[in-house]
Design a protein around this ligand. Structure first.
Ligand code: AMP
Length: 178
């Protein structure tokens, strides 16, 4: 359960940018959090508390999932594994395609970095439709990992992301919801 004081601070810090990067999108800009190291520390504490004792590895989704994901892994003393957009990782890796509003995208993960049976936290900054996170969860499963938890700074309520993640039967933590 997130400290109500932290919720207020984040609400006052995260900026809403209307119509970016396309008309109709309310872009949530988290970059002001990094101007305030104490606030960043509180966010990491909140996210680490959710996962403490429950995971063996963190998988972070490019690129804003790295900003908090690595710190969660360091605090909890577990490995961090990068999930990258197609074409960035050297082999060996596996990929997973997913649908975008128009067309498809693909994400990739190095093989040989996740132990079979490892309980994995999948982390990103924001859950919208859940398409990216669902593909990340499939990559973890393809490598014999257990999708144990999901965490996000922000969840956008009306886009169906949480429903899409129900199939994995893993708890979902969002600090803030819009
Ligand atoms: P989705 O696959 O639809 O859940 O989209 C999640 C990814 O898109 C995350 O990596 C977010 O960083 C990014 N994203 C989607 N919608 C927004 C938004 N309104 N503001 C900021 N980032 C967004």
């Amino acid at each position: 359960m997130t400290n109500p004081d932290l919720l207020v601070k984040l609400q006052n810090t995260i900026q809403n940018v209307p119509d970016f990067p396309q008309p109709g999108i309310q872009f949530k800009d988290i970059t002001p959090i990094f101007l305030n190291p104490k606030l960043y520390e509180e966010v990491i504490k909140d996210l680490a508390d959710f996962s403490r004792g429950k995971i063996d590895a963190v998988c972070g989704i490019e690129s804003r999932g790295y900003l908090f994901g690595i710190a969660i892994a360091v605090v909890l003393e577990v490995p961090f594994i990068l999930i990258r957009k197609k074409g960035k990782l050297p082999p060996p890796f596996i990929g997973e395609k997913y649908d975008l509003e128009y067309g498809t995208a693909e994400i990739e993960m190095r093989t040989g970095q996740l132990n079979t049976g490892a309980r994995v936290l999948i982390h990103d900054d924001l859950l919208a439709t859940g398409g990216t996170t669902e593909a990340a969860a499939r990559l973890v499963q393809k490598q014999g990992g257990i999708v144990a938890q999901f965490s996000f700074l922000i969840g956008l309520k009306d886009l169906g992301g949480e429903k899409r993640l129900e199939q994995f039967g893993a708890p979902v933590h969002k600090i803030l919801e819009y």
